[in-house]
Design a protein around this ligand. Structure first.
Ligand code: IMP
Length: 179
């Protein structure tokens, strides 16, 4: 079992690059089937989703567009409960089938607010693809992702785009904090 130290905490490898690749391929296949004949717009939530999005979208065989949005609701291991739009949406979403791409859904606050924003902007449909989902921590029911790589309990995870105070996004496996 590979372990690493980040910000003074020990983390254990939880998902290998091979396991992640399998999950991402399954997600992409489902999206390819569900959106056949449509032209979805992927809205990638920066920063955390950039690696997952790159892998997922390259496995999507649809005629599609991709844009980016950046929000912030986290600092360290605890949520502040407040969402801030740092890079706002620059694409017209009116009438579009939008697929939000997220690294992890925790309380669901980020997705809850983003969905409301996209609907207000006139999106025809909004679904969510998230590499990870913490169902026990969900506080907003409408934020349950439609496409999930893996469910996880309440542990803090890093790697594959997920950070700890900005670090560890570059790790190619996903690591869980050791209790
Ligand atoms: P939510 O709004 O509470 O669902 O939080 C979603 C955001 O919190 C994610 O996009 C991540 O940036 C961050 N986050 C939640 N859990 C973790 C974690 O275990 N590791 C790293 N970031 C996390």
């Amino acid at each position: 079992m590979r372990t690493i130290i980040e910000q003074g905490h020990t983390f254990e490898e939880w998902l290998t690059p091979e396991q992640i690749a399998k999950d991402v391929t399954e997600l992409a296949n489902r999206i390819n089937a569900d959106y056949a004949g449509r032209e979805p717009l992927f809205v990638v939530v920066l920063n955390g989703a950039f690696i997952f999005a790159a892998d997922l979208i390259r496995r999507v065989n649809l005629h599609c567009e991709t844009t980016f949005i950046r929000v912030s609701s986290y600092w360290g291991m605890a949520t502040t409960g407040k969402l801030e739009f740092i890079v706002p949406l620059q694409q017209v979403v009116e009438g579009r089938d939008v697929i939000i791409v997220e690294d992890i859904v925790d309380s669901g606050l980020t997705i809850h607010q983003l969905k409301a924003h996209l609907r207000a902007e006139g999106a025809q449909s909004v679904s969510v693809a998230s590499m990870l989902f913490k169902p026990n921590k969900l506080e907003y029911n409408d934020a349950k992702p439609d496409y999930v790589g893996r469910e996880i309990t309440n542990e803090f995870v890093i790697g594959y785009g997920l950070d700890f105070d900005g670090f560890a996004r570059n790790l190619d496996s996903i690591y869980k904090v050791k209790e």
